[in-house]
Design a protein around this ligand. Structure first.
Ligand code: IVH
Length: 701
């Protein structure tokens, strides 16, 4: 008899889950990507024909959620603590002694050694579902340790996290169908590199290390973006009601693997501290081979009963410790210092190093941050320096190891007085560490501005990538490539171009002619037409993106959005005073002044006028606000019973109120929820009225 659609759907799902487990958890696929895709497409088609049969645990439902406003706060079953650290053998032996001393001599501890993955911890809650299966119900970040953020929609996109675990697997591991798994979310190095390439191409600053990148990703409001990033999850705890489910930690790791979660394979039990040290010695060289960052080894007492006996100090368990690896460093020679000019004109000194292998990659550039840092290090060209690479992308110079002998040349590093590209004298504002090129038409700045303007999150002119921008400014592709291979972070070439520039201002891109483009290298009819069409289309981008594209200091995505909504037009914004500007939430005095300064500059106004003439969008829909709470300032603190902080803020603002971050005499109301902290104390001290959620809702009507 032919299988019913339901049977077909179920068997496809089982098969897909099996292959996902082989691919994402065990790293050993047994079918090709194309076969997997074909199977997924069959399932999608069947589900489209029978929408009533779609269930949340279907492999098609990983990326379902819509963009979110914020994350709900949820209390953990038991606090997610951190670990105490040991930095050397002595500290580790001292910990072992404390553990042994706290246990009866007849009951010595056995340890489990694991890698310390450099990610962030996550709690997954599974609960009993149909047919004895366990279903992923919720994923929580660590948050403050007591209360986490509900990031379930994002967690569902992580392929190594099963959406459901079948009864057969639970049975094989002798587990119930509801439990909590804790472990670490990480971003593998390849995904990290790709993410940063994308960010740089979009004109955004690269994430400094995979951990920050993973943390940012798991808290991204768009599940689609999370799905593209390829986060990974390694499990290490199995709890029920906050207590270990199994009597031994080593059994926990085995059971987690049995039910299909990803468990890092590099773990072992150790009966003595010498065996632990042995594991550590073997683990350190693994660092450069794993494809993800680790920053040490975690050692845990194996027995849950002994763990209970040992208990916790304030913030960490006594039954576990993190042995931290030293930062990876190497010694090399400082050959030269380059000065790169960024979008805002900031000049960054970059060390050109004799190439050296450190932390898994060859490093030939390191940041020197600013003039003060050069001074602090006392470094000169020709010195042997120590280069350190944490999890960070951009290595740094930590000290001078040795000055070369007298026969070798040693040059003092002189910070240039003039911009390396346009020769305008550099300026260091009072109280600032950075030198800036203040020439708004500096070609090096223009290059960065153009990249930013064209990037995906701004005007989204896809054909106007790095190479094209470089060409429009008169560089040959060879020049561009030579410079790109030198620069760490894709900063603008500082050398003068050989050809005449086609673009001297952002507005010039709206006057580009096809004939001009056809003279450039590797540009045919099709590419030229498509670029011109994209440039034309960009005129439809909304006002907030135009504002973002102008590159006003301190004006990021959020502020640009707020400005567009509040003022409704470019003209209203140009006319706004610092006071008008600071009236807007999120716009502090520093931002307001930067905006004013921008529009007070003749050159910038000319640019804006040219963009207006080109036909860019200069108006936006103004936010209509209620007036009920007009003129009133609120501060939110603690966890409210039903509203998230973001929701409460929106409601207040929609009613015309203002939400501020800190309590002062000017605050009209403090809205306090559970675990309200110092803000509540301050409100009481200042005699500011305090509302609970119910009172706020009443006030809102
Ligand atoms: S166990 C009571 N095991 O390290 C907390 N943590 O520095 C026990 N980490 O917050 C955590 N790899 O995010 C444990 N194999 C591992 C780990 C690990 C990485 C992280 C975790 C924790 C932090 C503490």
């Amino acid at each position: 008899m032919a299988a019913t659609p339901e049977q077909q759907i179920n068997s496809l799902r089982d098969e897909l889950r099996h292959h996902e487990h082989l691919y994402y958890v065990l790293d050993s696929p047994s079918i090709s990507d194309a076969e997997y895709d074909a199977m997924m497409n069959r399932l999608k088609a069947l589900e489209a024909d029978h929408p009533a049969l779609i269930t949340p645990d279907s492999p098609t439902q990983r990326v379902g959620g819509k963009p979110r406003e914020g994350f709900a706060k949820v209390a953990h079953s038991r606090p997610m603590l951190s670990l105490d650290n040991a930095y050397n053998e002595d500290e580790l032996r001292a910990w072992d002694k404390r553990v042994c001393d706290a246990l009866p001599a007849s009951d010595p501890p056995s340890y489990v050694c694991e890698l310390k993955l450099d990610g962030l911890s996550l709690a997954l809650h599974y609960s009993a579902a149909a047919h004895g299966a366990a279903q992923l119900e919720r994923g929580l970040t660590r948050g403050d340790g007591t209360i986490g953020e509900d990031v379930t929609t994002n967690v569902r996109t992580i392929r190594s996290v099963p959406l459901s675990i079948p009864a057969t697997k639970l049975k094989a591991a002798h587990l119930p169908a509801s439990f909590e798994v804790r472990g670490e979310v990480i971003l593998p190095q390849t995904a990290f590199v790709k993410m940063n390439e994308d960010r740089v191409a979009q004109g955004l600053a690269p994430a400094v290390n995979p951990r920050n990148a993973a943390a940012g990703t798991i808290r991204t409001l768009e599940p689609n973006i999370v799905a593209q990033r390829r986060l990974d999850f390694y499990a290490y705890f199995l709890l029920r009601d906050g207590e270990p489910l199994l009597p031994l930690h080593s059994e926990t790791l085995k059971a987690l693997a049995t039910i299909g979660l990803r468990v890092n394979t590099h773990w072992r039990t150790a009966n003595t501290i010498d065996e632990v040290l042995d594991f550590i010695a073997n683990a350190e060289p693994l660092r450069d081979t794993l494809g993800y960052e680790i920053d040490g080894v975690v050692i845990k007492v194996d027995s849950a009963a002994q763990q209970r006996r040992l208990g916790f100090t304030g913030k960490a368990p006594r039954w576990a410790i993190a042995y931290k690896f030293p930062a990876r460093a190497a010694t090399t020679r400082l050959d030269d210092v380059l000065f790169q000019v960024g979008r805002t004109g900031k000049v960054t000194p970059v060390a050109a190093l004799a190439p050296i292998f450190v932390g898994g990659t060859t490093v030939s550039r390191a940041t020197l941050h600013n003039a003060d840092e050069i001074e602090r290090l006392g470094v000169r060209i020709g010195d042997l320096v120590e280069v350190e690479r944490g999890g960070d992308v951009i290595p740094k110079i930590t000290r001078v190891v040795e000055e070369p002998n007298a026969t070798t040349a040693r040059h003092k590093i002189t910070f240039p007085a003039d911009c390396p590209r346009c020769k305008t004298p550099l300026v260091r504002e009072e109280g600032e560490v950075d030198f800036r090129c203040i020439n708004a038409s500096c070609p090096a700045r223009l290059e960065e501005e153009l990249r930013h303007f064209a990037s995906r999150s701004v005007m989204n002119i896809e054909g106007l990538g790095e190479v094209m921008v470089s060409q429009l400014l008169g560089h040959t592709i060879a020049e561009h490539e030579a410079e790109a291979s030198m620069g760490q972070n894709g900063d603008a070439p500082t050398e003068a171009p050989t050809r005449k520039a086609l673009v001297h201002s952002l507005a010039d891109i709206y006057h580009l002619k096809k004939e001009d483009l056809l003279h450039l290298e590797r540009i045919g009819e099709k590419t030229a037409d498509s670029l011109l069409e994209q440039i034309e289309n960009s005129k439809k981008q909304p006002l907030n993106r135009v504002l973002l594209g102008l590159g006003i200091r301190h004006v990021g995505e959020r502020t640009a959005q707020a400005l567009a909504e509040e003022f409704g037009s470019m003209d209203a914004l140009i006319a706004a005073s610092v006071e008008d500007l600071t009236r807007i939430n999120d716009v502090g005095p520093k931002v307001a002044e930067a905006i004013r300064e921008f529009f007070d500059n003749r050159k910038n106004l000319d640019l804006v006028e040219r963009l207006r003439k080109a036909g860019l969008t200069f108006t936006a829909e103004k936010r209509v606000r209620g007036t009920r709470l007009e003129g009133l300032t609120f501060v939110l603190t603690g966890t409210l019973p039903t509203l998230t902080r973001e929701e409460a803020k929106e409601k207040i603002e929609a009613a015309g109120g203002r939400v501020s971050g800190s309590v002062s005499k000017k605050t009209d109301y403090v809205v306090a929820g559970e675990e309200a902290g110092s803000k509540l104390d301050k409100a009481n001290a200042l005699g500011v009225k305090v509302l609970d959620e119910a009172a706020l809702l009443e006030l809102l009507g």
